[in-house]
Ligand binder design. Structure first.
Ligand code: TK8
Length: 339
């Protein structure tokens, strides 16, 4: 009897150890966050992901671990977005422009010449308008935490300096997978082709496309200067990046864990904007030193280009909704009225 009981106790103990251990292990095992991004590790994006990762690990005492996976090793933006929606990947940072297929309101940020400077960018993105756009994500299976700065976009190509819209005639120009960008550059006369960023360098190298447009930082960190001769300063749009979480996964986190991610995201945003602006400030000189030929547009040609580009505004307004569009314009007017 005694022996049987001892056996039973031993068996019960084994069972206890075997099965609830799984539950126990879940508490002990760190939460692994696969965080994907498109640029290189040595870029403003890569540096800020590292800041985020360190902040999360520190605040969670190592219970939450971020595995940063750059250079689009988890796929281009659109593929990662789908992986987040499906719950196969936890986090990413990418362009808002590639999100438009999921959340149409994101097209607001594609509006040419919407934002004039970084002060306006921060106020608009972090204020009610930016938050309203972000709030459209959860119903699509995504949670947006913060906007980072990609930056003002400029044009590069391997054929000739672009000093006026007509110089784009016949230039095969890679654009993001986004209709506003496609229509904008087609209206300027370029032969615009949508392509994921991850395929861009080799497309430029093999001359599958002649040109592209991105902020100075990216032209530098992605070494586009190796395959692009001409840089035309157009500043045609301010591009944000957005830090995204899989909603499926987010809902399994405790409020304390969610707070750790939110706080780390804000810290990474503040770091990223500062870092990006510093780099942008010296990137142009570096690109020149690397042999790029840089040209500005004359005020008259810049105005003509602006005029052609902003013809897409009416359709953007209709797409994102007139209320959001008007609120954005009112917010910008308020910002511009303030000294
Ligand atoms: C990186 C992209 C990039 C964007 C582009 O994955 O595609 O041109 O500017 O930053 O999101």
């Amino acid at each position: 009897m005694q022996r049987i009981r001892r056996h039973l106790i031993a068996a019960a103990a084994t069972a206890l150890l075997a099965s609830p251990l799984a539950g126990l292990a879940q508490d002990i095992k760190p939460r692994l966050i696969r965080f994907g991004y498109g640029l290189n590790e040595q870029s403003n994006q890569g540096r800020a992901v590292k800041v985020f990762a360190d902040a999360v690990e520190k605040a969670s005492g190592g219970k939450m671990r971020v595995r940063a996976i750059g250079a689009a090793a988890l796929g281009p933006d659109t593929q990662m977005q789908q992986a987040l929606v499906g719950g196969a990947q936890e986090m990413m940072v990418g362009s808002t422009a590639t999100l438009v297929g999921i959340t149409k309101e994101m097209a607001l940020w594609d509006t040419p010449f919407l934002i004039n400077n970084v002060r306006e960018a921060d106020a608009l993105l972090d204020g009610p308008v930016g938050q309203k756009v972000m709030a459209k994500l959860p119903e699509k299976g995504l949670v947006g935490l913060v906007y980072w700065e990609n930056g003002f976009r400029n044009l590069t190509n391997s054929r000739r300096p672009v000093t006026k819209a007509e110089d784009l005639d016949g230039i095969k120009l890679r654009v993001m997978q986004n209709n506003v960008f496609l229509d904008s550059f087609r209206s300027l006369g370029a032969n615009a082709v949508p392509l994921p960023f991850s395929e861009l360098f080799s497309a430029l190298e093999t001359k599958t496309v002649d040109g592209q447009e991105n902020p100075y930082n990216t032209i530098l960190s992605s070494k586009f200067y190796e395959v692009q001769k001409y840089l035309s300063v157009t500043n045609h749009v301010y591009s944000p990046w957005i830090v995204l979480v899989s909603k499926k996964w987010w809902d399994t986190l405790s409020p304390a864990e969610q707070k750790i991610l939110k706080d780390a995201a804000v810290a990474s945003r503040d770091f990223e904007r500062k870092d990006t602006r510093e780099e942008a400030g010296r990137a142009l000189a570096e690109l020149k030193a690397k042999g790029m030929q840089v040209n500005e547009l004359s005020p008259a040609e810049a105005a003509r280009m602006r005029d052609k580009l902003t013809r897409v505004n009416a359709s953007i307004a209709a797409n994102v909704g007139m209320d959001l569009w008007n609120e954005t314009q009112a917010e910008l007017a308020k910002l511009r009225g303030r000294k």
